[in-house]
Structures are given as C-alpha cells and as structure tokens.
Ligand binder design. Structure first.
Ligand code: F6R
Length: 642
C-alpha cells in the first residue's frame, strides 16, 4: 500500500523534494508496483508490434521486481519476446560464470526464467582486454542508440550516491566507460566476495549521460541504511559529489521507496519544518523529543518560546501551554522505562509496558543469526531468566557463512586428532572430516563452501550459541536451532522465504504458546536475513491468529546489530547497570568466531560487543539528555501490534 502524502504538504514539498517520491509501506508492495508498470509497458508495445528497451540494474534493490516479472511470465503469460535489455554495469575484470558476476545474477534472477531472446540481452563484458575496453564501451553506447534508446531504466542507489557505478566525481556528460570503484562501494561488495581482497577495483558502467537519455527512470531505494543518501539525492543540490542528484534534471524520474528508506526525508523526520501537520500522539512525542535535542534542554525545561521559534507553535495552540505538553511526553518516556521486561508481578500495570499477569511468562527470543539474542538484548535476556520466566531462545538460521575458514579448520583438525588418536570416528565420520579439511586447504578465494564445510561451520556457531544461552541461564531444553532452509544457499544470496520456513516458526510458537515473543525488527540488515526472519514470524503469527492463546501473545521487536530505535519509537527501555552490561559483554564473547573481524563486517569496523555497548549507552544518554534518570545503558524495544 502506498503511504498517502498529506495534501497540504504535497504543495510545499515540491520546493523541498526535487524528485517525485512515492513512499510504500514495504519494499515488496513497491516492487510489485514497479513490475506491474514494466509489464504494462511491455504489453502496450506488444500490441503496437514494437520492441521495448529496458535498462536493468543488479544488486538487492531490483530482485523482487525480477521475481514478480518471472511470476507474471509463468502465471499470467507475460512474454519477453519483444524485450531488449541493457544492463547498467559489470565488475572488471569479471568471469561471467563467477558467483559474483552480474551476468550470472541476471540469468539467475530473470533471463533463465523468461522467453527473452538471448541476442536481445546486453551486459557489459568483464572479460574484455584492457586495450579493447574503450572501443567496447563506445560500441555498447552505440548499441543502445541503435536499439532506439532506453524506454525504462531501473536504478538502485549506492551508499556513495552512485547510480550504475558512477561514483562521486562522475561528470554529467559521462558515457559508458571503465571506472574505479569507491572504497565504500567495495566495502559493501565484500558480502558477495567473502574477502575484501577479492572485490574488484574497477567496473564498466553506463555513464550519467547514458542514464539520462532513458525516457522513464525508476529509482528504487529500500532500507534504513539508504535513508541518509536518499535524503541527499532528493533534497540536496545537484552535484557530482552525489551523482544521483543529476536525476533531478531528468523530466521523468519516479522514486519508489519503502518507509525505512524514507526515514531521513524532512517530511518524515521533521514534517513540521515542511508545513502543517496532522498531529497524533506519536508525532507529538517525535516533535517534542526533537525540540529538546535541538535546543539542548531537558523536556521539562522547554518553554513556549522554544516551540514558537522552532516551527512548533501549532502544538502550543493545541495544548495552550508548553507545560502540559512537556509533562505528557516526559511521563510517557518515564513509563517506557522498566527493569521488569516480563512485567512486574502484582502491581498496577496500567502505565507499564508489559502486563503484570501472568507473573511467570513463557517467552521466545527469536535470534536471526546465532548471536543476535545476546548482542541486541543480552541484558534483557539475563533479566527475564533471573526474574523466573520460562525463556526459550530460537536461533533461526545456522549463520554458517560467517565463519572463517581458519576457524573451521581448527575444529576439523581437532576432530581428526581426537577421533583419529582414540579411534572414535567411524569410517564415514573420518571421511567427512578429511574431505572438509582438504576442501578448505584447496579453496579458491571466492569459492562457495562444500556442504561438509558448511555443516562444520554451522556446528561452530551452534556451540557458541549454546555457550551464550547457557551463560544467560538456559538449559539445553530451552535452546532451539531452527536452521531455516531459506538461508542454506552457501552464499550471501538467499532464497525467498518458503512454506517450510514459516512452518518451522509456527510449530515452535504453537508448541510453546508464549506470552511474549522477541524478534529482530531490523530493517537495515545489509544481508536482508533479519528481514526475511521477521517476515517468517509475521506470516506465522498471521496463520496462527485465530488460536485462542494468541490473544495473550505480545510481540516485541528489538533492533539488530546495525541500528537502534529512535527514542520516540521506543515503548520499552530496559536499563542495564554497569555489572549487567559487563555480563552482556561476556555473553557476546561466547561467540568467538565472530570476534575481532567476522567475515561480513558490513560498514562498521567495531566489534559486535563494542557496537552493542555504544548503542545501549547512547540510548541511556539520550534519555538522560531528555531529563530522565541517568542509567549506564539501556536496551530498547517496540511492540508490534497486528
Ligand atoms: C547495480 C548498480 C548499483 C546498485 C547500487 C545499489 O547494477 O549499478 O548502482 O544499484 O549499488 O545496490 P543494492 O541494490 O544492492 O543496494
């Protein structure tokens, strides 16, 4: 569903947002909408007996669009026989058969499943020799022109603001050419190449001018990690420092975003700065917290003048004086703080985040990877157990791709020596271990792991997860490994969520009948695994919603390792003492394979325990700055209401 733009704002937005942006509730709906528009254009051209030229992108942004187009081909007879495609870019050098090649990507996600003619597919060739590249690029450009130019161009945006691989500094009249990749782009690509050294330094990309010639452009942007760059691309001045801003000069760009990516747009972050607002309780808290942070005063010290001078006079008109408003928001924040995440027994709970009864609750903590439980809510986990609740932890995926080869090898050698010396390994076991060791010794830099190695890497993480959960006070009966199948591809490209994934979650929830479920509500996870894990939980809840016991089941969302809830979004803040924070750190330390430098660090150099502590301390500091009690650290949750 598209999020309706406030009518009054719409007019004022024109000056601020220099590209038309449509915000969708989620990327799935938005992608289906884009796919439908493309399908409509393809069919129209078919009726006219003409061909259509599509400019295509790779990366995570267009995947759902391609999946939907494939579905329409299979189920609704959408033909691609009149479609000509030109892809934006390809790494250089790149073997088209390599796991990371854009040729392979396009075939896996689209071309192999539709009736496009092979001769109509064009993807820059990453095997061309250096002395032929220039002529090759010129020819690519000419081919686009010869095909009649691009009718519809799909784009994603990189964190550098690139479109295609036009990195900062790209000039406006640039054409298809060989380029150097920005350091941030290379960092983001590590997830596909496994090792930083394996990420190419160069790429062939269509230029800004080539993109600008397209008749219609769709720019798709999903996820909170893209929010800051989207804001610059939409509201910032045109500049080669952010190449996507050149799109502001294009007459027909449609920017399609999900709510998470829209988070930094002024109309979402501080709508009162754009124009009149439809005030509700959530927006009022957001504005008061923003004001307090902006003027550097606690909430209770804000004056009418502060409101009037910062575009918030509307609120004073509505509430007559800042006094009532300040108290209302201050108390609301105060009420979100609790040392009793499972509810405090036998007290008035009307202003508490959780119910007092039942005093002892059944709780499931879902952890997408085997360490998210302790990283994101280790302190709350410890408290729930200490306060006598029946706590279960469920590790949704094996997390096997995030184990270094050298760590797996240590375990393989241990098994070999231990089993071999004592004759404990049977023939099959000894064979498996040997095979896995041999594989690792001969493994090429970007090669996918064999099933045996994946299995061993999964075991490494299981052991660590068990140690972490035991440290938090659980026995083995309360530790569940779900190994959701969507994750088991051996690469960072995951399968779509399937029936089996949902069934596994459903079975566990139906078996335990929890009063509380904790899940990762992290939409900024660069690999998308958290997002899929959450969707599986949502789907399971939907399917179970008619069960009587579900009425008592509350879902609390924590954020993963990347971001935290904004203060106005927090509905339960669990304070941690210095000792509790230290204990949480120790629980995170149990995940030894993820220490120092896990294979997929994303864009943050800090270790997980450091990120977790910084984040929890920042939440406590934010509460303190707003005028609430001073705590060492805080874990934050938001309740999901269906
Ligand atoms: C891909 C491309 C890039 C990506 C951009 C966003 O062909 O040209 O510009 O669109 O890096 O990547 P994702 O979608 O993976 O976030």
């Amino acid at each position: 569903m598209a999020v309706p733009a406030n009518k009054v704002l719409k007019y004022q937005l024109k000056n601020l947002e220099k590209l038309p942006v449509k915000i969708w509730t989620d990327s799935n709906n938005a992608s289906v909408h884009v796919a439908q528009s493309i399908a409509l254009a393809i069919r129209q051209k078919q009726q006219e007996g003409e061909q259509i030229v599509l400019g295509l992108a790779t990366g995570s942004s267009p995947i759902r669009v391609y999946e939907e187009l494939v579905r329409m081909h299979k189920k609704e007879g959408l033909s691609f026989s009149n479609v000509i495609t030109f892809n934006l870019d390809e790494y250089y050098p790149m073997d088209p058969k390599a796991q990371q090649s854009y040729v392979r990507f396009m075939h896996e996600y689209l071309f192999d499943h539709v009736d496009i003619l092979p001769e109509n597919i064009h993807i820059p060739d990453g095997t061309i020799s250096m002395d032929e590249v220039e002529a090759y690029c010129e020819a690519y450009e000419k081919e686009i022109d010869l095909a009649g130019g691009i009718d519809i161009q799909l784009l994603g945006i990189g964190r550098t603001g690139h479109i295609g691989f036009n990195e900062p500094g790209s000039w406006e009249d640039s054409k298809t050419r060989l380029v150097r990749l920005d350091g941030i782009t290379r960092q983001d690509a590590i997830k596909d190449f496994i090792k930083a050294e394996a990420v190419p330094y160069r790429a062939i990309t269509m230029g800004i001018a080539s993109i600008m010639k397209a008749r219609t452009v769709y720019l798709m942007v999903w996820g909170q990690h893209k929010a800051p760059i989207l804001q610059k691309a939409i509201e910032g001045p045109v500049s080669s420092a952010i190449p996507s801003t050149f799109l502001q000069k294009h007459p027909n760009v449609k920017v399609v975003v999900d709510q998470a990516a829209a988070g930094e747009l002024t109309r979402i972050k501080t709508p009162w700065l754009v124009g009149m607002c439809n005030w509700n309780d959530d927006l009022v808290s957001q504005a008061v917290i923003w004001l307090s942070q902006k003027v550097g005063k606690t909430i209770l010290r804000l004056t009418d003048n502060d409101y009037n001078e910062n575009n918030l006079s509307d609120l004073i008109i509505e509430y007559a004086t800042s006094y009532d408003l300040n108290i209302k928001v201050h108390n609301q924040l105060q009420d979100s703080i609790t040392g009793w995440p499972g509810g405090k027994p036998e007290v008035d709970d009307s202003r508490r985040p959780e119910r007092a009864s039942p005093a002892k609750k059944r709780v499931i903590i879902f952890s997408p990877h085997p360490d998210d439980d302790v990283i994101s809510m280790g302190g709350t986990f410890l408290r729930l157990v200490e306060q006598g609740h029946e706590v279960h932890v469920a590790y949704q995926t094996s997390g096997n791709i995030a184990v270094h080869d050298h760590d797996a090898l240590r375990f393989i050698e241990f098994m070999e020596e231990f089993g071999g010396a004592l004759g404990l390994l049977n023939e099959a076991g000894a064979k498996l271990v040997k095979k896995a060791g041999k594989f690792i010794h001969n493994k090429k830099p970007t090669q996918m792991d064999s099933p045996e190695v994946r299995h061993i890497k999964g075991m490494v993480r299981r052991g660590e997860a068990r140690a972490g959960a035991r440290f938090c006070g659980l026995d083995d009966k309360h530790i569940h490994f779900l190994d959701m199948p969507f994750y088991e591809t051996g690469s960072t490209r995951k399968n779509a969520i399937g029936k089996k994934d949902v069934q596994i979650i459903k079975d566990l929830v139906a078996d335990i009948r929890p009063h509380q479920v904790y899940a990762a509500g992290d939409l900024a996870d660069p690999h998308g695994t958290h997002r899929v894990c959450l969707n599986a939980i949502f789907e399971a809840f939907k399917q179970l919603k008619n069960e009587k016991w579900m009425e008592d089941c509350w879902l609390w969302l924590y954020r993963g390792a990347w971001h935290e809830w904004a203060v106005h979004e927090i509905e339960m803040a669990v304070p941690l003492s210095p000792m509790e924070l230290y204990k949480k750190r120790k629980a995170i330390f149990m995940h030894q394979s993820q220490k120092d430098s896990p294979p997929f660090p994303g864009d943050d150099e800090r270790e997980f325990w450091q990120r977790a502590e910084d984040r929890n301390k920042a939440t406590a500091a934010a509460y303190r700055g707003l005028g609430l009690s001073e705590y060492e650290a805080m874990e934050a949750f938001r309740r999901w209401r269906f």
